[in-house]
Design a protein around this ligand. Structure first.
Ligand code: JFZ
Length: 472
């Protein structure tokens, strides 16, 4: 059983003991580990906490519009919405010439935003590769731009100290051997060729860009892949042999019975859960997620990952809403990747630039409640979220109550001895109001933005070893 390091009984209740081995279903391709990975590479993945996602491909060129019709669905799915045959879709390659693309500018923007890693779509469902793969002609090499976009990005981000993660869609709409289901012997043969092609592409990515830290697989929901769980286990193993320390998301994996993400015994496959897409676990009901590593990803509009020319089609989140989602994820032990859909010219749309700037400004001031932080194990309050790093517990205040009193319920055996507003260093008034309950006062002047309070916490003599563990 792994130790969660939560402060209170709250987190203890979320521990569920794994079944004794003899009661478990024997699996050849299930989870190969119980509990969180604790090696340096995984710790780095986890401590990074804030990442960016970049969806860039041919779909950026039509930007959601085909033959004069604007499709409101996700722009990177336009080929499917408008039922465009591959041959026709791939003609967009003749127009792939992003004249404003400057990898160093992208990397500076990411650094300014405070992201510690960037997940790049090496190949999305459409099948177009951002690197010159020798296994297909559907790549940047055969466009007017010619150059290796992925290589430029890896170098530029790494030069800024930012980790690079690879998004990779197994489903490939442009490969003649891809099958979503296998009905005939011919399908079977084609699909086995396709899996070999995919292995080759993955080995190619791993050897061309050895600083890659993570593979985030997508497009793995078809029956053909679920029925070949062995292959998903093989890919995980292959990448880990090629790139020691590399992390892989749960979305890649299916077990012997086609069960995805979690195997038939309920154990997470891969290194972290990747099911929280455009949604987050409930801070009260879903505390089970604090038992494993996970990463959520989000879009600014409701559901646009690739560039769509018309963002008036849905609500677009403002920077404070983005910051709240980042903190929400961290408060439950998860990472957050915020998506960008660059324009076909290689520049970013105004809304994304403004968001990146605003988030970056906030992170510069208050980032200590995000980087390296984890689930605190304290009872959720309506003013916001707690995060914790070692002995520091942070209150991240999004909704200060009208009363001006921020209620804090501490776990048994914990005492609050002080509260400081991070950044400003202002001491806030702490009043004990009941057993295990305090009020923390508001800062003298309204910060006018979500703000962070660092609590000074002490163990009382009655605290159990569990709390001592949790505090160190
Ligand atoms: C996938 C893609 O289809 C989409 O274009 C985008 O790249 C996104 C990040 O991933 O969409 C999904 C995949 C999985 C779920 C939902 C949407 N899911 O597990 O709920």
């Amino acid at each position: 059983m792994v130790c969660l390091g939560g402060f209170s009984g709250l987190s203890a209740q979320t521990h569920s003991k794994p079944l004794p081995a003899e009661q478990e279903i024997q699996l050849s391709y299930g989870a190969d580990r119980l509990g969180k990975r604790q090696d340096a590479a995984m710790k780095r993945f986890r401590d990074n906490r804030l990442g960016a996602f970049v969806h860039w491909g041919l779909y950026a060129i039509p930007g959601g519009e085909w033959n004069g019709k604007v499709y409101p669905g996700a722009a990177e799915w336009l080929k499917a919405w408008a039922d465009v045959p591959s041959g026709e879709w791939l003609k967009l390659m003749d127009r792939w010439n992003p004249q404003k693309f400057d990898a160093r500018k992208w990397a500076r923007m990411a650094r300014e935003m405070g992201v510690k890693y960037v997940k790049i779509t090496t190949k999305h469902h459409e099948g177009f590769c951002l690197w010159p793969s020798k296994y297909t002609k559907n790549t940047v090499e055969y466009t007017p731009y010619k150059k290796d976009i992925l290589g430029e990005l890896v170098k530029a981000y790494n030069d800024e100290g930012i980790d690079v993660h690879f998004y990779f869609s197994v489903m490939d709409w442009s490969h003649p051997d891809y099958r979503s289901s296998i009905k005939t012997e011919e399908d079977e043969k084609a699909f086995m060729r396709f899996l070999e092609f995919t292995d080759n592409q993955l080995k190619e990515l791993a050897s061309r860009y050895p600083t890659v830290k993570d593979f985030w697989f997508d497009g793995t929901w078809d029956a053909s892949i679920k029925e070949n769980g062995w292959w998903t286990a093989h890919v995980e193993k292959m990448l880990k042999e090629l790139l020691p320390g590399v992390t892989v998301n749960s979305r890649l994996r299916a077990d012997d019975f086609g069960k995805r993400h979690f195997d038939s015994n309920g154990h997470l496959m891969g290194d972290y859960e990747s099911g929280y897409e455009r949604r987050l676990p409930d801070p009260v009901k879903d505390l089970k997620v604090t038992r494993w590593d996970w990463e959520a990803c989000m879009t600014l509009p409701e559901n646009q990952w690739g560039y769509h020319k018309d963002w008036s089609l849905s609500y677009v989140k403002n920077p404070v809403e983005v910051i709240e989602r980042i903190v929400h994820a961290v408060s439950m032990g998860g990472n957050m990747a915020v998506n960008f859909g660059p324009q076909p010219d290689g520049d970013f749309r105004r809304e994304e630039k403004l968001m990146a700037e605003a988030v970056g400004k906030w992170m510069k001031k208050y980032g200590e409640c995000v980087y390296g932080c984890d689930y605190a194990g304290w009872k959720k309050q309506s003013w916001g979220y707690y995060t914790r790093k070692g002995r520091s517990v942070y209150m991240v205040v999004f909704n200060p109550p009208y009363s001006g009193n921020l209620t804090v319920n501490v776990p048994q055996g914990i005492k609050i001895t002080g509260a400081v507003m991070t950044g400003k260093g202002e001491n806030l008034k702490v009043t004990e109001t009941a057993r295990n309950e305090y009020n923390v006062g508001m800062p003298v002047s309204d910060p006018g933005e979500p703000f962070v309070v660092r609590l000074q916490v002490e163990e009382t003599s009655g605290s159990s070893d569990k709390y001592r563990d949790a505090l160190t």
